[in-house]
Write a protein that binds this ligand. Structure first.
Ligand code: NAP
Length: 542
């Protein structure tokens, strides 16, 4: 083993990222007494809530469950202003958490990790930053986020555009002046919808480039008083226990009665009640059959289409463009966005929905956006709400080399595999949160799933330390078993038939596999708990 030179920072554990997961991971490893440090590309904490500062950004888990569960005191001392707070408040909350836990002194900001190479002789990782700094660490925990690699160079010619062009995931800290401007928005996913409904009142005119329409649910977002929060605070232990057991880590779960056991009136009553709730409960807390049964999926999809049609005044052109048809996909097989008067924006005289399915965007030119019908749509500002290389993108951006110098990026270009989304065979002592093939990659209230993974990883490292072991690596066999289980569960659902970032189909050449485990959060936790309780079989410790 080569001696470590003096210009290398030597750590027991290193965390990449200072978002929801990274902050908690740093806290847990530090509490264990390890010499640990976190590295973060941004100038501040927050992860997703640092980068996604576009107009209208807000989460769609209710704030009473988008929380940390390790400290009741922390939970009760933050006073959210509404049910679904916007980005500035969420970024403020994560800053509050970082201060409360005194985390900043162990975070190095403005630093991108460039490479991480495993040294088989020492069982440790040699990491470099983009500034050439070197770190040597035993454990490496990648808390890089599942939606943190923006597809920023989506179109040819972007550099030639003479106006401003911004990807929502890299939105500038300074105000972007849209008042009276001609603005184009490309993308109508959860992000595009939030941007469109928010900027509509201030822009001079707006062209929205629509390729795939969305089933949407109106968000109900009441303000929360201090008294309201005291009420939630009293329910801390109940909520903490509940979110760990449900299908998607929320405080609601699927209806207790099967679709087939309900009368038409009962079905409609539940759908209407969930619709009125104005949360994701219509999707993740109604009938699970929407994920498996095409006929039931179609009935529920039609329920939503009906709601959407009436809001568009049954305008045939707009309905055709903005409401998914049976041929497109079924409700819930795509990420469902919550919205606030999104459809009504298209009824404004200064807003045009451009059908870029019929006439795809070809390139960006100096004046604007050129589509395949030869038209150039002239605008002052282009907003790219075109999404992310989800799940695998964040880790693939780092040059990870495991045993035998194998490259994670190259490996995942062939096939994306992990064991429970937390380790990958061939990359000892590397752990990840929010990585592919766990619910935390998409199908979860993120704070529930990320915290669970942080706890599992921390306990695994603590166990190895107690056993006097220095290296933890999942076996190939265990990883394969997980992937097979993941695929088997996924294959029974309609989600795998729908194109979206869930399946990796938004990135050319990305291997097709459902990025998120869909067997349910409670079920995932049981399986991971079982591995831990049995002393981590399949995770070889040497
Ligand atoms: P997204 O769901 O991947 O949507 C990207 C949009 O860009 C789609 O409408 C896509 O159309 C369009 N697009 C991409 N390339 C295009 C092209 N070449 N031409 C025309 N259109 C193109 O990305 P996102 O909206 O950023 O959302 C990603 C995820 O972030 C969400 O699903 C959600 O999980 C999360 N998010 C959460 C919240 C929240 O909590 N409230 C808010 C925002 C985002 P196609 O579908 O046809 O490809």
């Amino acid at each position: 083993m080569n001696p470590i030179s003096e210009d290398v920072t030597v750590l027991d554990a290193m965390v990449i990222g200072a978002g929801v997961a990274g902050l908690y991971q740093l806290h847990r490893l530090r509490e264990m007494g390890l010499n640990v440090r976190a590295y973060e590309t941004a100038t501040g904490v927050g992860g997703t809530w640092y980068w996604n500062r576009y107009p209208g950004a807000r989460f769609d888990s209710q704030v009473e469950i988008y929380q940390y569960w390790f400290s009741e005191e922390l939970y009760c001392s933050w006073k959210p202003s509404e049910r679904f707070p916007a980005q500035p408040e969420t970024e403020e909350w994560l800053n509050f958490v970082a201060d409360h836990l005194d985390l900043r002194k162990d975070i190095q900001f403005s630093t991108r990790i460039a490479s991480a190479h495993y040294d088989e002789d020492s069982g440790r990782w040699n990491v470099t930053t983009d500034a050439g700094e070197k770190i040597n660490t035993q454990y490496l925990v990648a808390c890089c986020g599942m939606l943190s690699a923006p597809l920023e160079n989506r179109f040819p010619g972007q550099k030639t555009f003479k106006g401003e062009i911004h990807h929502t995931g890299l939105w500038p800290k300074e105000d972007v002046d849209l008042k009276g401007k001609k603005v184009a928005v490309i993308g109508t996913g959860a992000t595009g919808i939030q941007v469109i409904q928010t900027i509509a009142p201030e822009v001079g005119s707006m062209k929205v480039f629509v390729r795939t329409p969305q089933y949407i649910i109106p968000m109900r977002n009441p303000k929360y008083s201090e008294q309201d929060w005291a009420g939630w605070c009293n329910r801390f232990n109940e909520l903490k226990a509940k979110v760990k057991q449900t299908f998607a880590g929320f405080d609601y779960d699927f209806h207790e009665k099967a679709w087939s056991d309900c009368s038409d009136a009962e079905r409609l009553e539940l759908l209407e009640r969930r619709w009125d709730d104005g949360s994701l409960s219509l999707w993740l807390g109604s009938f699970p059959e929407i994920f498996f049964d095409e006929e039931i999926s179609e009935e529920v999809s039609e329920f939503i289409r009906g709601k959407m049609r009436s809001r568009l005044g049954n305008d045939a052109h707009l309905c055709n463009l903005l409401i998914p048809s049976q041929d497109d996909y079924g409700f819930g097989t795509h990420r469902v966005p919550l919205e606030n008067k999104y459809l009504e924006v298209y009824l404004q005289d200064n807003v045009e929905a451009v059908d870029c399915k019929s006439a795809p965007i070809e390139e960006i030119v100096a004046e604007g956006i050129k589509t395949a019908d030869g038209k150039v749509h002239e605008v002052d500002v282009i907003i790219l709400a075109v999404g992310f290389d989800a799940g695998s993108g964040a880790l693939s951006r780092i040059d990870f080399r495991g045993r035998d110098n194998r490259s994670l990026k190259q490996q995942w270009q062939q096939e994306i595999t992990t064991a429970m989304g937390m380790q990958i065979h061939g990359y000892p002592n590397l752990f990840a949160t929010g990585a592919p093939l766990a619910p935390s990659a998409a199908l979860c209230n993120m704070t529930t799933c990320l915290q669970y993974q942080v706890d599992w990883i921390t306990n695994c490292i603590a166990y190895a330390n107690q056993q006097g072991k220095k290296v933890v690596e999942v076996s190939k066999e265990t990883e394969t078993q997980w992937v097979e289980h993941h695929d088997e569960v996924a294959s029974k659902t309609l989600v795998v038939k729908t194109d979206s970032w869930y399946m990796g189909s938004n990135v050319e050449g990305k291997p097709r596999r459902l990025i998120s485990y869909i067997g349910g959060v409670g079920n995932y936790h049981k399986q991971c708990d079982d591995v831990a309780a049995k002393g981590y079989p399949g995770f070889e410790m040497t």
